[in-house]
Write a protein that binds this ligand. Structure first.
Ligand code: GAP
Length: 512
């Protein structure tokens, strides 16, 4: 099945099973805004707990905060967002559709890669077992031509973006003969800058009101609280401040479901360090964060680093952790070495000193910062995409199963009485009442046992127990594993020990 179709199925599955709904759906929805349903919110909370605990619980020198969404507007002037948090935008005059110029060009670069892969696939088919792929890539005239065009375009694009040269971006779109996917024409406007921040008014009267912004990142709430936390927590450098919260961006091109939203959630950690040590810490955080991702068990081949071509003027290193989505490798997390840019800017704009006095060296300095910044929603999407499977079983039946990491699954245990009589529901409720304090269980007595297993598979429940007549006689139940579908008979008294160890966040934290 084409990856595009797989993705459509995942989106439909998210809606059908109560993970993600389009926002305001009965009013035909609101672009790039989504709501999490009864299953989605549990999984989202588990993702947040996994991140929070890995940061705050496992590090003595990282603490958390929860700052406001509304902040003083000068913060966004100081951070550079008022002047420079822009996307280059271009309109097609015929379709009246608006695009990000950089995205149009990046898609064009990807097309050259696709052409190369097609050539390689054709040759593999032609030559069979004797095919030497590396040699073919290095010598095929067609492959080399596509690669040369891709590299030249990439260089031109990098330079235009680095120089902020909007005319050069438009010229690339013209030279590459990029057409509007809707109208099929090349009738483009000039490229303009578009600020992504949403604004609103604070105050009751129009003359006394103040223009304020909905925060486009949670990071600034950390920077402006740096002194509060450092002083009240008696924190010594190196130390970190973590925060989870909503962020808002008026994205021009909102697409790919919850990948690019206008209201989303971030999990950010700013790690304050001594100037000069930043590249060591950058490398350490890269490794730590990759380990966090890979501990979920989807396989190392699902991840890669993508070092930035275009560094912000204040950054001296930046990389993305990309995840293999059905629409290719895409950024899920950014790791940035931000120097002392943000704290220095807030010193300048607020007029307050934000220095750290190092008692060991008797020096004062503005700390440098390594930032790790991950989108909750993108993380959610990556977990969904890697977990979704349509399986054909040995008996030729099929099932849809979410192989969610057990610690992230919304429901950990399905509790299923074989029949709705003979005292089986009563025993099932008794088991539920004793286990509900430890993890999320779902009781289900409706329909055949097979149908109930399928429902639990579709929401990713790692374990189900079936209570049958034997359970009344000898205090045992069958325990079914979601992935292997194997069943074993276990004692009711052992259920807590068997399951809890495998389904809690602690179970993954211990592997970090
Ligand atoms: N403080 C740094 C910062 O905000 P970013 O690369 O702009 O950096 C960090 O965003 C992460 O936030 C991204 O890696 C992504 O996971 C998430 N993110 C950014 N924009 C998003 C959007 N429109 N929708 C969903 N997630 C988004």
């Amino acid at each position: 099945m084409a990856q595009e179709d797989v993705f459509k199925k995942i989106v439909a599955h998210c809606k059908e099973y109560g993970f993600v709904f389009p926002s305001s759906e009965i009013y035909d929805g609101l672009g790039a805004v989504y709501d999490y349903g009864q299953m989605g919110v549990e999984m989202k909370n588990n993702i947040k707990s996994y991140w929070w605990q890995s940061m705050v619980l496992l590090h003595d020198n990282i603490v958390g905060i929860d700052s406001s969404i509304f902040m003083h507007p000068t913060i966004w002037k100081a951070s550079g967002h008022v002047d420079a948090f822009n996307d280059p935008l271009i309109d097609n005059r015929d379709s009246k559709k608006r695009y990000r110029a950089d995205v149009l060009i990046e898609d064009q670069i990807a097309k050259y890669d696709e052409k190369i892969e097609k050539e390689v696939a054709k040759a593999r088919k032609r030559f069979g077992d004797s095919f030497d792929e590396a040699k073919y890539r290095a010598t095929s005239q067609n492959v080399l031509e596509h690669a040369a065009k891709r590299d030249a375009l990439h260089e031109r694009y990098k330079k235009a973006m680095n120089d902020g040269d909007l005319d050069a971006l438009k010229q690339i779109i013209i030279d590459e003969e990029i057409v509007c996917p809707i109208s099929g024409t090349r009738n483009w406007t000039d490229v303009r800058q578009f600020n992504l921040m949403f604004s609103t008014e604070m105050g009751s009267t129009s003359d006394a009101s103040m223009k304020i912004y909905l925060r486009p990142e949670t990071a600034q709430g950390i920077f402006v609280n740096y002194l509060n936390v450092q002083k009240t927590g008696r924190m010594k450098i190196p130390f970190g401040i973590a925060q989870i919260g909503k962020a808002f961006r008026n994205e021009i091109v909102a697409r790919q479901f919850i990948f690019r939203m206008r209201e989303f959630e971030q999990m950010e950690m700013q790690f304050f360090i001594k100037p000069g040590t930043e590249l060591d810490w950058f490398a350490k955080w890269k490794a730590t964060r990759m380990k966090w991702h890979q501990a979920l068990g989807f396989g190392a081949d699902h991840y890669r680093f993508h070092d930035h071509d275009k560094l912000a003027h204040y950054a001296n290193a930046a990389t993305d952790i990309e995840f293999l989505m059905p629409f290719g490798f895409k950024e899920v997390e950014g790791i940035h070495s931000r120097t002392n840019f943000d704290l220095s800017q807030h010193e300048k704009y607020s007029g307050k000193s934000i220095k750290y006095f190092d008692p060991e060296t008797n020096e004062s300095y503005t700390p440098y910062v390594i930032e790790t910044s991950i989108g909750v929603d993108r993380m959610f999407l990556s977990v969904m995409c890697a977990s979704y499977e349509e399986q054909v079983l040995e008996n030729n039946e099929s099932r849809i199963v979410l192989h969610l990491p057990a610690a992230l699954a919304p429901v950990k245990l399905g509790i299923l009485p074989l029949v709705k009589k003979d005292g089986l529901p009563e025993l099932a409720h008794k088991i539920h009442d004793s286990l509900r304090f430890h993890f999320n269980c779902q009781y289900d007595e409706k329909d055949s046992i097979g149908k109930r297993y399928r429902r639990q598979d579709a929401i990713g429940t790692p374990y189900c127990i079936t209570i049958d007549h034997q359970s009344l006689e000898n205090g045992t139940v069958t325990l079914r594993n979601r992935d292997s579908m194997q069943q074993e008979r276990v004692r009711i008294d052992d259920l807590l020990n068997i399951i809890a160890d495998k389904v809690t966040i602690t179970s993954i934290l211990k592997t970090l």
